[in-house]
Design a protein. Structure first.
Lengths: 270, 285, 287
C-alpha cells in the first residue's frame, strides 16, 4: 500500500530538480501538446528521444520509472490492442472478425508510445519536484484566476494539507485493517459484495479519525494566526534563472523539430 | 510582573443528562478559577483528564472566552476581538497530537507557516525559521517530511513552529502524552531549555507528575477548581490531599512520605531520586 | 505447559533492496500458560513486529510460531483461526470502534468466529464486565463514550473472543493516572480469573513492574532478556544502555545497594521498598 510510486518525490540535485517548478509545469503542458501532435515516425522519434533525455537528466533510478509504468501498463496494452484491430485499409492478416492492417499497427504503436511518453514525462515532473513546490507553483500560476473569483489560495492550501495527510491516512488505514483483522475480520475472501461489506469496519474508523484530525488541525492553524490568504507572505520566493530559459529554449527547438517533421514528411496517422 | 492574569474564570458546557433523555444540564468545566503567571516563569498545570486543564489552555490565547470572569494577556483583554491575533502572537499553543498540528509536508515550510500568516518579510521568516529549528535541535531535519520523523521530533517541530512567531509565552497542552519515553525526554529538555535560555514563559499542562517537579510553580486542578498551588516541594508534600483526589506523586516522594509516617527521621519529602538517595543514606548509615 | 512457543523467528522488511531492515532477528522463547509477561524495548526495537507475528498478521521471514503446539503457518488459509486464539489489542484501540452500539462493536469478534447469538451475548456481557463497562453503556454509540470508556470497550472487543493469549500494546498510553491504574488492575484481574497468558507491551516500567511476573526485553530486533520481573529490573545498568529506564523506586534501591546498604535487589514497588527499609532499620535498632 505504501509503495505507490506514481507521484512520489525523489530528492536530488539534478538539473531537473533545480528548474523552477512553474517552468516545469508549463513545459510539461507544452510537451503533452507536442506528444499528441506527432503524426509520423520521425516526429515520434524526436519525442521519444527527448523523453529518454529527460529521464537521464533527472538522475532518478530507472527502477522508479518502471514502477510508475507498471501501474498503467494494462491500460496501455488494452488501448493499443483495441487500436490494432481498428485500422482501415488492406488487411495484412485476417481471422474471423479480426483483421489487422498496417494502419492498425501504426495506430497501436502511436497510442502506446504516446501514453508511455506522457506517463514517463509526468513522472519525471513529480519525481523531481516536491509536492510542496508543485502546489506552490500551481498556486502562483493560477493566481490570475483570482479575477474570476476562483479561490486559488484556498485550493492550494487544501492541496498542501491533503499532501501532508495522505501518508498519515495510508498508515492509519494499514493500522485499522490490522486491528480489525485481529478481531477476525475477513478481507481477503468472499464475493465482491462481501468484500465491500468487509471494508465498513475500516472506512468508518478512518472517517471518524480524519474528521477528528481535521478539527484539531483547524484549531492548530487558528492558534498559529491563520486567517486565509490575505496579508500572507511566503518564506520562499520563486525566481526564474538561466536554467529555466535554456530549458524553455530547448523545448521550443523540440516543438519546431516536431512541426518540421510533421510538415515535411508524410503523415502515418491522422 | 504578571504576564497572564485570570480572574474568576467560569466556563460552562451544556451536556446531556445521564438520567433523563433530551434534557441538558449545565456543567461548570471551570468554576471560579483565578491565577496569574509571571513573565519568564515555568508553571505546570496538573490534573486528570476532564478536570478543565485543557479548557484553560484555550482561554490563554483567546481560542475560548470565559462565560464570566476575565483573562488578561500582557494587559490585553482576551474578550477584545480586535486583539485576537496580537494575543495569539504573544501566546503560542502546542497541542497533544503532533501529527494533527503540522500543516506542510516539509519541516521548514511548516515552521514558516505561522510567520507567513502574520505577513513577515521573506528574509526575516528565513531567519526566524532557522533560529527556531536550531532552538529545538531540529535544524538538520529541515528538509525532511514530517511523517518520516519520530513522535518526539514531530513535537519539537511543532514547538519550533510556535517559536518562529517569537511569542513571549508558550502553552503546551499535554505535549508528551502520545510520546515514548525518549520523545518525552527530548520534548521536556527542549521546553526547559527554552525557558532557561530564552526566557520564554512556559505553561505546561500535564498529568505526569515527573514533568511537574522541575517547574517553578505547580497549579493542581480538580473538577474545574484549583485544588492547590505552590512550588513543587510545597505541592507534592501534600501527599494525602493528592492521593485523596486520586493524583499521583513521584515514587520517591511517596517513599519518603510513607517512611516518615512510620516514624523514620525524614524532615522534607524529596522530589528527585538523587536527593532521596542522599537522605536515605544518612538515615541508613 | 507452553501457551506460545517461538523458534528462530526473524522478520525482514524490504528484503534485497537498499532499505532492507531486520526488524526481528532469530528470536526463540517459550511462554507458559498463565504467565503475565511484560514486553519492553524502545521504539523500533522490534516489539510491534514480534507481537504481530504471534497472531499471524505478519508472516515471519524465517522461523516458526507454535500456539498450543500447533504451527501457525502450517495451513496458511486457516490463519484467521489463530487470531481468535491470540487476541491482539493495538495501541489506541479506540480508533477501531465502528459499530452503531457498544454491544455490536464488542460482538464483532465473536460474530466473526461464527458463534450463536446466545453465546455472543454471553461473551459480550462477560467481556464488558471484565473491563468495568456498565450495562447501560452497551446500547450507546461507541462514539458517545468518554476516552477511557472507549479504550475499555475496544479491549472488551478482543477479550470477547476469549483468546488463550491476550496481547495488549500500550493499553494505558495517553490515560491519566486514575485511568491507568483502573485499567491495569482490570487487566490483572482478568488474567487471574482466567489464568490465561497475557503479554503487556509497554513503555511504562512502573506499569510492567506492577503487574507482570516475567519480562521480555527486545533490543535492536534481538531478545535481550527474558526472566522474572525482579531479575530483569535488577539489571538496571544493562537496561539503561538499551535506552530503557527501570522504575524510579528500583533505581533508588539499587543506588543504595551500591553504597553498601543491605537491601534486596529487584524492589519494584513503593510498598515493597517501604517494607524493606523499615525492616532493615528495625533490625539495626534504629526504629
Amino acid at each position: 500500500m505504501r509503495d505507490i510510486a506514481f507521484g512520489q518525490f525523489y530528492p536530488g540535485h539534478s538539473l531537473l530538480h533545480k528548474l523552477d517548478p512553474r517552468a516545469k509545469i508549463i513545459l510539461l503542458v507544452a510537451f503533452i501538446v507536442l506528444v499528441f501532435c506527432t503524426a509520423n515516425y520521425a516526429a515520434l522519434a524526436v519525442v521519444v528521444a527527448s523523453v529518454i533525455g529527460v529521464i537521464l537528466l533527472s538522475k532518478v533510478p530507472l527502477r522508479l520509472y518502471f514502477k510508475s509504468l507498471k501501474m498503467i501498463i494494462f491500460i496501455v496494452l488494452i488501448t493499443s490492442a483495441l487500436n490494432l484491430f481498428y485500422g482501415t485499409g488492406e488487411p495484412l492478416w485476417e481471422f474471423w472478425v479480426f483483421k489487422i492492417t498496417l494502419a492498425g499497427i501504426n495506430n497501436a504503436v502511436f497510442v502506446g508510445a504516446r501514453i508511455i511518453s506522457l506517463i514517463l514525462i509526468s513522472s519525471a515532473l513529480t519525481f523531481t519536484t516536491s509536492p510542496n513546490d508543485l502546489t506552490d507553483a500551481l498556486e502562483r500560476l493560477m493566481k490570475p484566476l483570482n479575477v474570476f473569483h476562483v479561490k486559488v489560495h484556498e485550493i492550494a492550501m487544501m492541496m498542501t494539507i491533503a499532501l501532508r495527510f495522505v501518508p498519515l491516512l495510508l498508515e492509519e488505514t494499514d493500522k485499522i485493517m490490522s486491528a480489525q483483522k485481529s478481531r477476525g475480520a475477513d478481507m481477503e475472501s468472499g464475493s465482491l459484495i462481501q468484500r465491500i461489506k468487509a471494508l465498513i469496519p475500516v472506512l468508518i474508523p478512518l472517517f471518524v479519525s480524519a474528521f477528528r484530525r481535521a478539527y484539531e488541525l483547524a484549531v492548530a492553524m487558528e492558534c498559529r494566526c491563520y486567517q486565509g490568504g490575505e496579508g500572507r507572505t511566503r518564506m520562499k520566493s520563486l525566481k526564474l534563472s538561466y536554467r529555466d530559459y535554456v530549458s524553455s529554449a530547448v523545448v521550443v527547438v523540440l516543438i519546431v523539430g516536431v512541426v518540421l517533421c510533421n510538415v515535411l514528411l508524410p503523415h502515418t496517422v491522422r | 510582573m504578571d504576564f497572564i492574569t485570570a480572574q474568576n474564570l467560569v466556563f460552562r458546557y451544556l451536556e446531556e443528562d445521564e438520567t433523563q433523555v433530551n434534557t441538558k444540564v449545565v456543567r461548570n468545566v471551570l468554576d471560579d478559577v483565578s491565577f496569574n503567571i509571571k513573565k519568564g516563569e515555568f508553571v505546570a498545570l496538573l490534573g486528570h483528564n476532564g478536570c478543565g486543564k485543557s479548557t484553560i489552555s484555550k482561554h490563554l490565547n483567546a481560542m475560548l472566552l470565559p462565560d464570566s470572569g476575565k483573562v488578561y494577556v500582557d494587559s490585553l483583554d482576551t474578550a477584545d476581538e480586535d486583539e485576537d491575533f496580537t494575543i495569539r502572537k504573544k501566546v503560542g499553543l502546542v497541542l497533544q497530537n503532533p501529527d494533527n498540528q503540522l500543516v506542510a509536508s516539509v519541516v521548514e515550510e511548516d515552521v514558516a507557516f505561522g510567520p507567513e500568516n502574520i505577513g513577515i518579510e521573506p528574509k526575516e521568516i528565513r531567519r526566524r525559521v532557522d533560529n527556531a529549528l536550531k532552538a529545538v535541535d531540529m535544524y538538520d531535519y529541515r528538509n525532511q517530511p514530517p511523517h518520516k520523523l519520530s513522535g518526539g521530533q514531530k513535537q519539537r517541530v511543532a514547538i519550533a513552529g510556535i517559536i518562529a512567531m517569537e511569542p513571549s509565552c508558550i502553552v503546551l497542552d499535554e505535549p508528551t502524552a502520545m510520546l515514548d519515553p525518549k520523545g518525552r525526554e527530548e520534548v521536556m529538555s527542549t521546553i526547559k531549555r527554552l525557558n532557561r535560555e530564552q526566557g520564554i514563559t512556559i505553561v505546561l499542562i500535564t498529568h505526569y507528575m515527573e514533568e511537574a517537579v522541575d517547574a517553578d510553580r505547580v497549579i493542581v486542578m480538580d473538577d474545574g477548581k484549583i485544588l492547590t498551588q505552590g512550588t513543587p516541594q510545597e505541592v507534592f508534600s501534600q501527599v494525602e490531599l493528592l492521593k485523596r483526589h486520586r493524583l499521583d506523586v513521584p515514587q520517591v516522594t511517596e517513599l519518603c512520605y510513607n517512611l516518615k509516617a512510620r516514624g523514620v527521621d525524614i524532615d522534607t519529602l524529596s522530589l528527585h531520586s538523587d536527593e532521596c538517595i542522599e537522605k536515605l543514606l544518612e538515615v541508613l548509615k | 505447559m507452553s501457551a506460545i512457543k517461538v523458534e528462530n523467528l526473524s522478520c525482514v522488511y524490504g528484503a534485497k533492496t537498499p532499505f532492507e531492515q531486520h526488524a526481528v532477528k532469530k528470536v526463540s522463547f517459550e511462554i507458559n500458560k498463565g504467565d503475565f509477561v511484560g514486553l519492553i524495548g524502545h521504539t523500533g526495537s522490534g516489539k510491534s513486529t514480534l507481537v504481530q507475528m504471534l497472531n499471524g498478521l505478519i508472516k515471519p521471514t524465517t522461523g516458526k510460531v507454535y500456539v498450543d503446539s500447533v504451527d501457525l503457518w502450517a495451513k496458511p488459509k486457516e490463519i484467521r483461526k489463530f487470531r481468535f486464539k491470540v487476541g491482539l489489542v493495538f495501541q489506541y484501540p479506540e480508533y477501531q470502534l465502528f459499530e452503531e452500539t457498544v454491544y455490536k462493536d464488542i460482538a464483532f469478534g465473536p460474530t466473526n468466529m461464527g458463534l450463536s447469538q446466545s453465546e455472543i451475548k454471553e461473551r459480550v456481557i462477560h467481556a464488558a464486565n471484565f473491563v468495568g463497562l456498565k450495562d447501560e453503556l452497551l446500547n450507546k454509540s461507541p462514539f458517545d463514550l468518554s476516552g477511557g470508556e472507549k479504550r475499555r470497550a475496544a479491549i472488551a472487543g478482543v477479550i470477547a473472543m476469549d483468546p488463550q493469549v491476550l496481547i495488549l500494546d500500550e493499553p494505558t498510553a495517553g490515560l491519566d493516572p486514575v485511568g491507568r491504574n483502573v485499567l491495569l488492575s482490570q487487566i490483572s484481574q482478568y488474567q487471574k480469573a482466567k489464568n490465561n497468558t497475557v503479554i503487556l507491551v509497554s513503555h511504562s516500567m512502573e506499569d510492567v513492574a506492577r503487574v507482570t511476573n516475567k519480562v521480555m526485553v527486545m533490543n535492536k530486533g534481538n531478545l535481550a532478556m527474558f526472566d522474572d520481573t525482579a531479575a530483569v529490573f535488577a539489571r538496571s545498568d544493562e537496561l539503561s544502555k538499551m535506552g530503557l529506564r527501570v522504575p524510579q523506586i528500583t533505581r533508588v534501591i539499587e543506588a543504595l545497594r551500591e553504597k553498601g546498604i543491605d537491601l534486596p535487589s529487584g524492589v519494584l514497588t513503593v510498598d515493597k521498598a517501604v517494607m524493606e527499609i523499615t525492616e532493615l532499620l528495625k533490625k539495626e535498632g534504629k526504629l
